[in-house]
Design a binder for this molecule. Structure first.
Ligand code: 5GP
Length: 120
């Protein structure tokens, strides 16, 4: 569908700094920034700088394993840096039922309060 092929999302403008964001961490492959509509005291998004077809997790292939591993490692590192021993949750929403709204793969890192399970 159109959502899978759209070349640019709002996250491209965050990566290029055409629109501002509160950047937490950045390297050559990924960007971590604060979610504009946080669901908890800490809510960061970890995104690949080059989407490389990863509009959704469902489109991942073996070629994406390196960047996916990097995103998860950075999510763990930044979650630990922000929340220490209290813990945090890492989420990837894929598609309509999960409420995915931006079609550039992103890893949510959420914490700073007790989180319920299962999610709503
Ligand atoms: P999704 O629902 O697709 O998993 O998550 C998209 C997330 O991106 C949402 O939590 C939303 O608040 C966040 N978001 C959307 N637009 C912007 C923006 O322009 N700036 C920032 N910092 N976050 C955004």
């Amino acid at each position: 569908g159109r959502q899978d092929t759209a070349e640019r999302t709002i996250f491209n403008m965050i990566i290029s700094k055409e629109i501002p964001s509160e950047i937490v961490y950045e390297d050559d492959r990924c960007l971590v920034f604060k979610d504009i509509n946080p669901v908890a005291p800490v809510h960061m998004l970890v995104i690949p700088k080059r989407r490389e077809g990863l509009s959704q997790l469902r489109h991942s292939t073996q070629d994406h394993e390196y960047i996916l591993g990097h995103l998860l490692r950075v999510a763990g590192e930044q979650g630990k840096a922000a929340l220490g021993d209290n813990g945090f949750r890492v989420v990837i929403n894929d598609g309509a039922d999960a409420g995915q709204s931006v079609f550039h793969l992103h890893v949510h890192v959420i914490g700073g309060r007790e989180l319920t399970w299962p999610p709503g």
